[in-house]
Design a protein around this ligand. Structure first.
Ligand SMILES: [Fe+2]
Length: 387
């Protein structure tokens, strides 16, 4: 736990059912006249993109749509979107979708204001000025990217996930409208929800946690644990959708100001190599890193386990903490997340490379228990064999 820290929340949050209707007011406020909407083909098919473009058409605002964003966005896709944005002289970006769309929008905003290639801006605090004004509209309750100062981009050469980390990446406004998440399919609701839960748990247990992020993380864990199953199994339950969106937002504020840890280090290595959806990768790894980290802080892991629903009667603090491991496994099973060994493309011969990637991750030093490459290999083995 840190004794000295800075807490940042530069993004204004506009939350509520039907909030999307106010989009044009926010665009005017930010003096946007030439808009680029960054989204994906699935959202277009689901009619979510139309909800935004209808508003832009009615207000006769000029816009271009880039809807080619794929999960685990690549550096070259960011460059393609940037070239279009530059040609169109875009002055405001809208990231509509999950983390991939919002992270790509942040990358394009960086390139519009800084030039160069995306590789020039990887790393911590390398930006010289704020990026192009950005409005983020999440359609998943997952990444928290609408509020974080990170953009995670997959390097196509190394197949490693790279990060731009800078407060200057922060979106100006985040519009969170729970209605935009009701059509999200169960599998995506499940995986993105487990990503949000991982953010909250890692924000709370990592080495750079502080009291404010602890408070936020605990509340986020509680909200997510109590609403994720309903949101997956009954997608039209607006109350569950609303609580998941608040949970993922608060988890995003928490880990944006503290960090994530070993789960994300391993999951990002996996996603970089195999394109595994980020939330699925996190969910498959979470119980094993949670178990590995328990000796670093029994109290904190006990607190998480209590929120996960562990029956505490007659148990020591340590027993309560370790009982959380099974709760995490069961939660993932109950919402249909596959196990690592079910993914035919995951090969044990790759664990050496994946473990090396995990140790090189920007968040590796934030994991509460030191983990060497050999430790990460063992954790990949455990996650693969399920014991
Ligand atoms: Fe994540």
């Amino acid at each position: 736990m840190l004794d000295y820290y800075t807490f940042n929340l530069p993004t204004r949050i506009e939350f509520g059912i039907g909030k999307i209707a106010r989009l044009i007011d926010y665009i005017s406020e930010l003096n946007g006249s030439r808009i680029m909407l960054l989204t994906d083909a699935g959202l277009k098919e689901a009619g979510i993109v139309e909800k935004v473009t209808e508003l832009l058409d009615q207000a006769e605002i000029y816009y271009v749509t880039f809807d080619e964003i794929k999960p685990n966005p690549r550096d070259y896709d960011c460059m393609t979107a940037y070239e279009l944005a530059k040609k169109e002289e875009v002055d405001l970006l809208i990231g509509l979708g999950g983390g991939s769309c919002m992270d790509t929008a942040k990358a394009v905003g960086t390139l519009l204001t800084h030039g160069g290639t995306i590789k020039d801006w990887y790393g911590l605090n390398n930006l010289q000025q704020s990026i192009t004004p950005l409005i983020c509209i999440p359609t998943t309750a997952g990444t928290g990217s609408e509020i974080t100062f990170f953009s995670v981009i997959t390097d196509s050469e190394t197949k490693l996930k790279m990060n731009i980390l800078d407060n200057k990446l922060a979106p100006k406004i985040a519009i969170l409208d729970p209605e935009l998440t009701v059509t999200l399919p169960p599998s995506v609701t499940a995986s993105t929800g487990m990503d949000a839960l991982t953010h909250a748990i890692e924000a709370y247990t990592c080495t750079v946690a502080e009291p404010i992020t602890d408070a936020l993380a605990l509340y986020a864990i509680d909200l997510i644990v109590n609403n994720l199953e309903s949101a997956v199994h009954n997608g039209t339950n607006l109350e569950a959708r609303k609580n998941m969106l608040i949970g993922s937002l608060i988890a995003g504020i928490a880990f944006g100001n503290s960090d994530v840890g070993g789960v994300h280090c391993m999951a990002e290595a996996l996603g970089g190599l195999y394109d595994t959806p980020h939330g699925v990768a996190n969910s498959m790894i979470l119980p094993y890193v949670f178990e590995y980290n328990i000796p670093s802080n029994i109290e904190k892991h006990m607190m998480v386990s209590k929120l996960l629903g562990v029956n505490v009667e007659g148990k020591s603090k340590e027993e309560i903490a370790y009982a959380g491991v099974e709760k995490l496994t069961k939660l993932a099973e109950g919402i249909g997340i596959p196990k690592m060994k079910d993914l035919s493309y995951v090969k044990q011969v790759d664990f050496d490379y994946l473990a090396e990637g995990a140790t090189q991750n920007v968040s590796a030093s934030s994991n509460p228990r030191k983990a060497s490459k050999e430790d990460y290999i063992l954790l990949f083995e455990k996650a693969f064999h399920g014991n």
